[in-house]
Ligand binder design. Structure first.
Ligand code: GDP
Length: 362
């Protein structure tokens, strides 16, 4: 699926860069262009693609300091510059646009839903969000920001693929090292997904098509992406169990949004040497995914790759009813309520925190 990436905010820019580099390293050619957008000048410096600094008149290149309402406002004010940076990048061959952002901060959290909304008005291709949820140990502001952004972003984008920063954390890593390894994990998953929708020369059968990714995400809402790999035997017969076990791990322990297994639709992609992918194993795995997700819309396909390993990728569409997401929304609401109580104590005027529901950003 030929895609253009728009990284908004610091995390969005870094993740877009990671995806561009992964796609280049693997020689896939699915990422057709990228743009980085920020209110903080310093965060645009290391991005190897065109960048747009927004909100200069308001924040002078210094960033919005975690204020996502300001992030949304300045993005809206400078949206023409952002759209102009896509001229000639989004072409007739583009099949989707991904707006990438961390949801807990200010620029990406507030700006990404604005960008998605405007892009949808202009382009016919699907506009997807790739959003990062803050980890549990990030402060209350991050949780509130992410809760509000999540609601708005999911409504404005055609589907919002979520990554939980707690999903890929390894013990003993610093926060920055942690981010780098999370970004690599996400880039591998999303990079493989985009590449799996690319046509492969000389292979006719069971290959994933971009339309299957689009159909899996057709109902909108929240999406998740799981991945696991294993050593492959040279023959298909020897890999039946490997396909089952990588499928289980991809869904149960390798997901970008852990514990989100109830889904409206799913796409199961098995990647490896074409002759080593067992039909029987793939069919069995597909049935297992149907049972586990409760979805009767489980698509499947191969992704022929030259590799000594087998990998399973599972894209889930419509996972918003999952326990994990509900727990996160509770966390965000609690944080918002606690902030409200705090403000009341300080008799801070001018802020309306009346309801226990999270407000929309737009
Ligand atoms: P912004 O620049 O104002 O959009 O804010 P940031 O992108 O710096 O931060 C927003 C959220 O993204 C926070 O919740 C951070 O935990 C998270 N974050 C920041 N940098 C990274 C990164 O490189 N990788 C990942 N996975 N998360 C990040």
């Amino acid at each position: 699926m030929k895609s253009v990436l728009i990284g908004v905010g610091q995390a969005g820019g870094k993740l877009a860069r990671e995806l561009v580099e992964y796609d280049e390293r693997m020689g896939f050619g699915a990422v057709r262009g990228a743009v980085g957008i920020n209110t903080a000048k310093a965060d645009l410096r290391d991005l190897p693609f065109e960048t747009v600094l927004v909100g200069q008149d308001r924040v002078k290149g210094q960033g919005v300091g975690g204020d996502n309402e300001l992030g949304a406002e300045v993005m809206q004010a400078d949206i023409q510059e952002v759209l102009a940076s896509l001229d000639g990048r989004v072409t007739a061959g583009t099949e989707s646009i991904f707006v990438v952002a961390g949801l807990g901060g200010g620029t990406g959290s507030g700006g990404a839903p604005v960008v998605a909304k405007e892009l949808k008005r202009i382009y016919d291709v699907p506009v997807y969000g790739l959003g990062i949820l803050p980890g549990r140990d990030e402060g209350a502001m991050y949780q509130v920001n992410a809760g509000r952004s999540l609601k708005t972003f999911a409504r404005e984008a055609d589907s919002l693929l979520l990554v939980d920063n707690d999903a890929f954390r390894s013990a003993g890593e610093s926060v920055t090292e942690g981010f780098d390894s999370i970004n690599r994990e996400i880039a591998k998953r999303v990079g493989l997904l985009l590449a799996s929708g690319e046509s492969v020369e000389g292979v006719a059968e069971s290959v994933v098509d971009s339309s299957e990714i689009i159909n899996t995400l057709r109902n909108g809402g929240i999406a998740a992406l799981g991945y696991a790999s294993a050593e492959a035997a040279p023959d298909a017969e020897g890999n039946i169990n490997a396909v089952m076990s990588t499928t289980r791990r991809a869904l149960l322990t390798g997901s970008s949004l852990p514990d989100a297994t109830d889904a409206d639709a799913a796409l199961l992609v098995v990647a490896g040497e074409q002759d080593a992918i067992p039909r029987k194993g793939v069919e069995r795995a597909r049935r297992w995914v149907e049972e586990e997700t409760g979805s009767l819309q489980v698509r499947g396909g191969d992704f022929p790759l030259s590799s000594g390993r087998l990998a399973t990728l599972i894209l889930l569409g419509g996972v918003e009813r999952s326990d994990r997401l509900e727990a996160f929304m509770e966390r965000a609401k609690d944080a918002e309520a606690a902030e409200a109580a705090n403000r009341e104590e300080r008799a801070d005027p001018g802020v309306q925190w009346g309801s226990d529901e999270l407000d929309d950003l737009l």
